[in-house]
Design a protein around this ligand. Structure first.
Ligand code: SF4
Length: 251
């Protein structure tokens, strides 16, 4: 029997993997899926985790998409089922068109769906919908078994000195978990306006990355607004309110 942990290097899966090692649960491999569009801090955490785990005899494996993310965004030919026309690239990834996530989940599943493998998945105890959706006989959810919520996972990481600090040319370091609800790909179209505002304000290099993508696609980033229209709103003084998960449940 082989034990594999899937780790995105966000707060939940990092807390899970470090705690598995701390508790000395069986662990043979850690798998990280690199979309190619991760924040620098994610790559740094993967490098630190790799060094720590390999010293303990645990193998670390990086999986990657078959084609580069930007090729899939702009160049990949595909025929539309609606009109039979061939289009090039799927444009932004996120919302209902999460082509990158589909490939990621399939790659991780097919890596783990081998005989005699148990796969640890880092879904927090308070993410009940995801926990129900992801259940498969070979998957284990240690965070749920330990009763660790998303907030507990972040606190666990912080207590152990794990951070997601990005340094911009503004000269300041800022932790991604202070300005984003979810640390996913930097170009993810699921980002809300509050997160976008923070990227625009604190991480200009990533904002420029978003502008670069928008220059190459006609599809608006979100709610029919392009990145440039969103930027105009920020420049005119609009500051989006941070909506918590509780706020969203009430609407
Ligand atoms: S995090 Fe967003 S951009 Fe990245 S693969 Fe998932 S949906 Fe796509």
């Amino acid at each position: 029997m082989k034990f594999i942990a899937s780790c995105s290097c966000g707060k939940d899966s990092l807390a899970m993997v470090y705690k598995i090692m701390e508790e000395k649960l069986p662990l043979d491999e850690i798998v990280f899926y690199d979309t190619g569009m991760e924040f620098k801090a994610i790559y740094q955490n993967w490098a630190k985790l790799t060094a720590y785990a390999e010293q303990r005899g645990i193998k670390c494996v990086t999986l990657r998409p078959k084609c580069p993310f930007k090729y899939m965004m702009f160049d990949h030919p595909h025929m539309s089922r609606k009109d039979g026309v061939t289009y090039y690239g799927y444009s932004w990834c996120g919302g209902r068109c999460r082509w990158g996530t589909t490939e990621k989940l399939e790659a991780i599943d097919s890596y783990c769906e081998r005989e005699d493998v148990i796969c640890y998945i880092g879904i927090a105890a308070d993410e009940t919908n995801r926990l129900n959706k992801e259940r498969k006989p070979y998957k284990r959810f240690p965070l749920a078994d330990w009763g660790m919520t998303e907030a507990d996972c972040l606190a666990y990481c912080r207590e152990r000195g794990i951070d997601w600090i990005e340094y911009s040319e503004l000269g300041r370091g800022i932790d991604l978990y202070d300005i984003l609800d979810r640390v996913s790909c930097w170009c993810c179209a699921n980002k809300n306006l509050w997160e976008l505002y923070n990227i625009w304000k604190y991480l200009p290099t990533y904002w420029e990355g978003l502008c670069e993508i928008q220059r190459r696609t006609n599809r608006p980033f979100k709610s029919n607004q392009s990145i440039f229209q969103i930027q105009e709103r920020f420049e005119s003084g609009y500051i989006p309110r941070h909506r918590t998960r509780e706020d969203n449940k009430q609407t």
